[in-house]
Design a protein around this ligand. Sequence first.
Ligand SMILES: *Cc1c(COP(=O)(O)O)cnc(C)c1O
Length: 810
Amino acid sequence: MKEIAEIINGTLHAGTPVEITEYSIDSRSVVDPAHTLFFALKGNNHNAHDYIHTLYADGVRAFVISEFRDSFRQLAEANFIIVPDVLAALQLLAAYHRQQVQAEVIGITGSNGKTVVKEWLYQLLANDYFVYRSPRSYNSQVGVPLSLLGIAPKADIAIIEAGISQRGEMQRLQQMIRPNMGIFTHLGDAHAENFSSQQEKLAEKALLFSSCKWIIGQDGEALDFIKTQVPPTTSFLTWGENHTANVQVKTLNVNSIHREVEVTYQYKTFVLEIPFADIASFENCMNAVCVLLLKQQEPSKITEKVARLSAIAMRLEIKEGINNCTLVNDYYNSDPSSFQLALNTLATQDASKERVVILSDFMDTGKEGSNLYPAIAEMLRQANISLFIGIGQHLSEHRHYFPNNSRFYEDTEQFLRQEERENFKEQVILIKGARVFQFEYIAGFLQKQSHGTILEVDLDAMVHNLNHFRSLTDAHIAVMVKAFSYGSGSREIASLLQYHRVDYLMVAFADEGIELRAAGITIPIAVMNPEREAFDNMIMFNLEPEIYALDILEDFNQALNKHGIKRFPVHVKLNTGMNRSGFDEQDIPRLLDFFRSERSVYIRSLFSHLAGSDESVHDEFTLGQIHLFERMTERIQARFDYKIWRHILNSAGIERFPQYHFDMVRLGIGLHGISAAHANLQPVSSFKTYISSIRDVPEGQSIGYGRRSYTTRPSRIAVIPVGYADGLNRHLSNRIGEVYVKDQRVPIIGNICMDTCMIDVTDTNATIGDEVEIFGKHIPVTELSDKLGTIPYEILTGISFRVKRIYYKE
Ligand SMILES: *Cc1c(COP(=O)(O)O)cnc(C)c1O
């Protein structure tokens, strides 16, 4: 700690001695508390200083902080290093560590493809070198230092991604990474918000390369510009079709699954069979191949390795499994840090189910088994895993580190021969294996079969949207998870929101709240339509009612008396113009009368609901509602000696009336990517299916029931297994609705049937099995609601329950 304090220019407040091997910035993902140095960062939404007591209780003894609070004095064994800026301290330590390691550092930047180039380089180099690479896409101001701190002393090569979103960031990254070799992947067309021009963005990115001996990239304007930005002694290796490129590349042949290219470098010509057809893969592959050329690798060897490149799955999927299991499939890297991230995801799943982990050997971690496997066993213990299944020779050899009930198999095939599906019931199962183990067979074995129409829920997009709304407000955040979280799922979404520390969840009915409690949700839950029959359950499960009339208040209070429970929170709703439910201004005296005597309920919050917060035509009315709300709440608050929270804003209100956030806001549709203020939100749900068959139909034929559409030319008509029973509104029939297939839009033709419909794919090269998007990233859900004269809420909540929900995240 003393040494670290010196490196980061901090003041040490010493406790008991500790040895540091791990670094963490996230209190929820500390793996080895006794040996972790925790950096207490302050973000927009969280101040990690608030979690220091909890971390101490978990065994963490070393902290880097920027504010020493009085209460920290109680933590007698803790070591604190006090610095003015914790992020800067983390970056200083990372820069120091990078200077200590021997590895050649390759820095990758560009708008797209960084992670793929990194992973492919790893696939291409790992047999010949000990290669370290940044976990996942850790490429930010926080991600880069954590990546650098992970470089093992023995590593030959370290591949580090650098990503920026604002001016000034690359300089800080460069000072830490100081790459010996740089790769520039691609400059996207998007004119990023925080840069005034493409050129400014490029100049900023080029800063990464100021220390490089070699820079690699595609021959062209971007590289020419980079040449003007770096020291003249820098060498370049460019690839491209023009003779100006150092490595000449010519595409010989492309079919639907691969691309054949001819490469000429230093008078040698050879052919690469890239196992992907698209341009982006070609570019990514060539950037990686240039590194091998600089390393003087033989063409025959390069050809052989390139042919074996495999796709990089950057996501983690959560799916329904057999026998009421939940499967968490992680196809990402197999290394201990990504394993920990997967365990964190497991922790956010249904708490009522047992935890199972199916794990393969880790490949090339550079750690001794006797260090690695006890650490893995400890992670499993901390994550409360009740059953561990290890697959691979290494794990089998080190089985003595794992609990007695663990099961081990030499390979995936042995697992499939010996395990039975009946062995898995009511569990959450993490399936995480290195690619060579082909765990997709295990996932298939444990997966519930269903028809291929799914609602894909992008959890990263949801967190992005949540954080956007958080950045708008200092108030507490309640999230509305009524109606199956607007169709996206209740347990999964609530677990995610709890993990991201929202303050309240709100549901429509008590049943929905009970379901969440059963899934292990412990944060406060309010119920908007409390029914008398549900009062006992609500009290038992700690579900707080919305009170919109005096008789309900009286009855609920009585139910509490029966249970002998005091000080139970309720939320009193005021009517300010919606005219649906709630106390009117003239009801206030009777409400206050009720509280004249000692009661078992207390008012946690006073709230109201806006009728037209998303439309400016109603702004005057909305402000009237808000002012009435202020008047009514002041009158009520004056009669209580405790503070009562106030809240009135829904999503559109949060964006459009920032001065009225009061103590809490209620986020709903905004979480799902719909903004009333054109904010940069991301679509969360994608309604998808696939082509199940295709038929050639001559000109002039009618399609489907009622003969409402005719072919006007010889046509290819595809069938997709989704119909109005799935939530595809029948008013989208006959070319009104469109779907997205193979990078283009095509019309729905004929009347939509109950379970299927037809689309016209004449102008595409679509084939059976191709994915079809009904709405999602390409067709906004608002396009459908506009066509149908309704609101996106109705579309989202109208997706049938028989459509399987699949959750994924990076
Ligand atoms: C549904 C609901 C919200 C959220 O509304 P959005 O428009 O989806 O943000 C807020 N408050 C109450 C009382 C609601 O019923």
